[in-house]
Write a protein that binds this ligand. Structure first.
Ligand SMILES: [Zn+2]
Length: 502
């Protein structure tokens, strides 16, 4: 407990602050109403948001704060008492003093339409003047849309509603449960509450998107029901889109990951939206994955482009289990979910689709990217010390994604594929709907493989650089030698390898 007032303008969030808040709070649920009925008005730069959050506090009398990078706060009501907005609201945080054991806070205000791709991005299609909106939050931009406890380990149930033009697609992680006209061609759509999930993978989608529907049949062996599938693009891209091919990869992927993990897809529906001006490749929001529009091929595409798109579809799908169902406590373990998904993306393309070059592409593109980054002075161990959000933002790189994935591929060779998949299954079973760390993953690997994983983790995850493997063939008995130096520490790197020599 601390009585010092935090800097309410601070946008950076430290690991220590997050750990403090995590120890103090148990968040039950959010009800978030977002009103986009003025979104087509270019002069409107903010939109109304009303949020109610219920949470428990382990130390009554303590204070905490919400994160909200807002466009003006009207009111903050904590446990029935209106707080002085001038006193408790800063540019990025809202102070919640003197908490009870059980709390309800209601906040009314406005958030800002984004043009940077962070938060709720608004795009006007130059081809037809239509307005499209979508969200992108990782690592910490849900707070640009609604007030929240912005950290991965305060999971909660979120009930979103979106108000907007009645002829628009209005979508979120969960299916629509009610649709209420509010007059003037505007409708308020409420979505089913989410299952327990982190803030950074909540999502909203709004606009006159073109839409395609299909379904995946389910997987009786793992108890998975049929899953409704939808695809979205903006209307002016619809003619260029090939929904059959995307549905095909999606269905094959769902079957593949059920065969592999034996854990039923937990999120109900599976929507995929291909959106304009997207900052990255894709984002694994459960039930509604967003992708860059570059995957809508407006001219004749190469086999490599189709394979690359399939890889990203399967990468995001792997996150539904690894990342979404079981989530890191903090961004230290970003690499683990990204490496796992990267590895599963290539494995899925290789084993579940008709593309035959997934591992060649992996070696020549992903692994080559990692090799280059790992020989630069800026390299770092796969396990990085992420003290705050700024450090987390710097860490979406070739070491986190591609070297990590290469090392997980080596790990699967080291413990054996069956033990690796057994470990994944144990991990999902033990930590579903919660948070876990690298130590938890190593524990299930030890249980599944019967090996001590500490030396392996030290050698592979806590050192930098690329050792050289060489076969000396002078004499009768060829000898495999390993040598190399860690570019960060200068020390030798010697790692256990399982490899085939031909
Ligand atoms: Zn990913």
């Amino acid at each position: 407990m601390t009585d010092t007032t935090p800097d309410l303008d601070a946008t950076n969030v430290t690991r220590a602050e997050a750990a403090d808040r995590s120890r103090l709070l148990t968040v039950q649920d959010y009800v978030v109403d977002v009103d986009l009925s003025d979104a087509r008005d270019a002069a409107a730069d903010t939109y109304p948001v009303r949020t109610v959050i219920r949470f428990a506090c382990a130390e009554p009398g303590a204070q905490t704060h919400l994160d909200w990078i807002h466009g003006g706060v009207e009111s903050v009501t904590l446990n029935g008492t209106a707080l002085d907005v001038a006193e408790v609201v800063g540019e990025a945080r809202v102070l919640l003093p003197d908490l009870a054991a059980q709390n309800v806070v209601e906040l009314v205000g406005r958030s800002v339409y984004s043009r940077s791709g962070e938060g709720l991005h608004r795009f006007t299609d130059p081809a037809d003047g239509e307005v499209y909106l979508y969200t992108q939050y990782e690592p910490a931009d849900a707070r640009r849309v609604f007030p929240d406890f912005e950290q991965p380990d305060l999971k909660a149930a979120f009930t979103f509603s979106l108000t907007g033009p009645e002829d628009w697609v209005l979508a979120s992680n969960r299916p629509e449960v009610s649709r209420t006209p509010t007059g003037d061609g505007v409708v308020r759509v409420e979505f089913a509450p989410t299952l327990p999930q982190s803030t950074y993978i909540t999502t909203l989608l709004a606009g006159p998107y073109a839409q395609w529907e299909d379904a995946w049949d389910g997987h009786p062996a793992s108890g998975a029901q049929a899953v409704p599938l939808r695809l979205f693009t903006r209307r002016t891209m619809a003619d260029a889109f090939d929904p059959e091919a995307v549905f095909d990869v999606t269905k094959r992927g769902l079957t593949f990951f059920h065969d592999l993990f034996g854990v039923a897809y937990p999120w109900g529906k599976y929507d995929q939206a291909f959106v304009p001006e997207y900052n990255l490749g894709a984002m694994e929001n459960p039930g509604l994955v967003t992708f860059t529009e570059d995957f809508v091929f407006t001219s004749r595409a190469t086999a490599v482009q189709y394979e690359g798109r399939a890889n990203v579809i399967l990468h995001e799908m792997a996150h539904m289990w690894f990342g979404d169902l079981v989530t890191m406590h903090w961004w230290d373990d970003l690499w683990l979910k990204e490496s796992f998904a990267d590895y599963m993306g290539a494995l899925g393309v290789d084993e579940a689709t008709d593309f035959r070059t997934a591992w060649v592409t992996f070696a020549s593109r992903r692994k080559a990217w990692a090799y280059v980054q790992d020989q630069m002075p800026t390299t770092h161990p796969i396990v990085a010390d992420i003290v705050d959000l700024e450090a987390a933002r710097q860490n979406f790189d070739g070491i986190t994604y591609a070297k990590g994935a290469s090392v997980l591929k080596q790990l699967a060779a080291y413990v054996g594929r069956d033990a690796f998949l057994d470990a994944a299954h144990r991990y999902f079973a033990a930590h579903a709907w919660g948070n876990a760390s690298l130590a938890d993953f190593m524990a299930v690997l030890e249980a599944a493989s019967g090996r001590d994983m500490r030396a392996w983790a030290d050698a592979w995850l806590h050192t930098s650089g690329v050792p050289r493997l060489r076969v000396d063939v002078d004499g009768d008995a060829p000898v495999l030698r390993q040598e190399g130096a860690d570019p960060v520490t200068g020390g030798p790197i010697l790692r256990p390898h399982v490899l085939k020599v031909g």
